[in-house]
Structure formats: C-alpha cells, structure tokens
Write a protein that binds this ligand. Structure first.
Ligand code: AKG
Length: 237
C-alpha cells in the first residue's frame, strides 16, 4: 500500500479510536490480552499432553484437563526490571560487576509456566549442583518452566526449576509469564501409572488451595514441596 494511503488509514483509525473514547482502546487491549492468554493456554495444554504421552500415561489429558477447566486458577504476570547501574565504590571490589537481583530465587508453584521476555537477558536457572546458568533472551521464543505441581503429579520425573531474574545495568528487561494452575479444589496426586514398587508415591495428595495456603505462609525462595513429602512408612506402591 502506498505510504500516503497508509498514513491516511492510520490517521482515520486514530480519529475513530479517539472518537470512540478510552473504552474502545481498552477493549482492543483486553481482546489482545485474552487472545494471548487463550494461545498460551493452548500451548501449555499441548505440551502437557505430550509429556503425559512421553510418560506412557494412557489418559494423555490427565494434566491439561486441570488447565482447560473453566475454574482453572491460572494467571498472567508482567514484570518490568528497570536498569540498575552498577555502583562501584571501590573499582577493585569483587562486587563491582554484579547485577542486582530483580526477582529472587524461587520455583513456580503451579503446573507449567510459559514465559516470554524482550531481548534483555537476566533470567537464570539453577542446575542440580546449584550452578546458575543464564538463559539467552529471545523475544521470538517461549521459555517453559516446570512448576511444583507437575513435579508432584509426575512423581519427581519432571523437576520444578529454580530460577531468578537479574537486572541489567543499562537496559530494561520486560517479561510476561503465564502460570497454568488448576482449580482451587482440584486434588493434586500422582496418577497410579506413575507409581511402582521401586518408585512409590513421593508426595501426599493435596488440593491446590491447601498448597497455595502453605506456599503463602513461606518466603518466596523456600522449598514448599518438603511439606507434602511422604514419610518413609507412608509411602505406597
Ligand atoms: O522475568 C523473568 O524472567 C522471571 C519472572 C519470574 O520468575 C516470575 O514472574 O515468576
């Protein structure tokens, strides 16, 4: 389309939206957010179905059903980390080159997280040995985090990832996370197919409401799953 026509069209669109008032714009934004949530929920469901299939669970929608439920307690969080310049009192100090923590170390309590960010790094994940590994930022990809509930429902086959976000010293980081959670009254338990004599159930069944209550009583970085771990004599095969 010729540039003049494009400008005219945009100008007409702006005039229309101004005439329609702020509610027109907020409706447009709202429908964009709803469409995004719908799309990432679908992505989370597809990934969960593939995970169930990979674990040879006959009912492949055993995990995704919790998210598709109309009462699912899922949420979206937008994070903004303004730049935090490195302040070095002493140029030789070892703390000079350290970026500040923007979001402290934690695991996500829900089932699965679908995270997007702009092109500014900061996200780090923790390996089993405690080493922190930076995640390369890419606005065109999603980062998928296993949450605490998926660890319980897969009897520890998938492990919820501990992560944190550091600030950048001169650029803003933006991230958007969709946390796929079950309904509050959903019973979270490992499917029987995941329990064997050599791998008895690791966690006691609980509801998402009980888990949330326990999580909110703790600090962000505390490990919540320990509260629901089976004791030796409680383990069932
Ligand atoms: O900004 C990030 O990359 C991490 C965000 C995060 O961990 C969270 O919102 O729970």
């Amino acid at each position: 389309m010729p540039r003049r026509n494009l400008i005219k069209r945009n100008w007409k669109r702006q005039r229309r939206s101004r005439a329609a008032g702020p509610s027109y714009l907020s409706n447009v934004r709202l429908s964009a957010v709803s469409a995004y949530i719908e799309a990432v929920r679908e992505l989370a469901c597809e990934l969960l179905d593939l995970m169930a299939e990979g674990l040879r669970i006959p009912d492949r929608s055993v995990f995704s059903r919790l998210i598709r439920d109309g009462d699912s307690d899922s949420l979206v969080r937008l994070n903004h980390y303004p730049p935090m310049p490195l302040l070095c009192k002493d140029k030789d100090s070892s703390t000079c080159n350290q970026n500040k923590v923007g979001f402290g170390e934690h695991s996500d309590p829900q089932i699965l997280t679908i995270l997007r960010s702009n092109d500014v790094g900061g996200l780090q994940i923790s390996l089993h040995d405690g080493a922190w590994v930076p995640v390369t930022p890419d606005p065109a990809t999603f980062c998928v985090n296993v949450g605490d509930l998926l660890q319980v429902m897969t009897n520890g086959r998938f492990v919820s990832v501990r992560h944190k976000a550091l600030t950048n010293s001169y650029k803003s980081r933006m991230s958007m996370a969709y946390f796929a959670g079950p309904p509050l009254n959903a019973r979270i338990a490992v499917p029987p197919e995941m329990i064997t004599p050599t791998k008895p159930a690791l966690y006691k069944p609980f509801t998402w409401a009980e888990f949330k209550k326990a999580a909110f009583a703790l600090r962000l970085g505390d490990r919540r799953l320990g509260l629901f771990r089976m004791e030796g004599d409680e383990q069932v095969a």
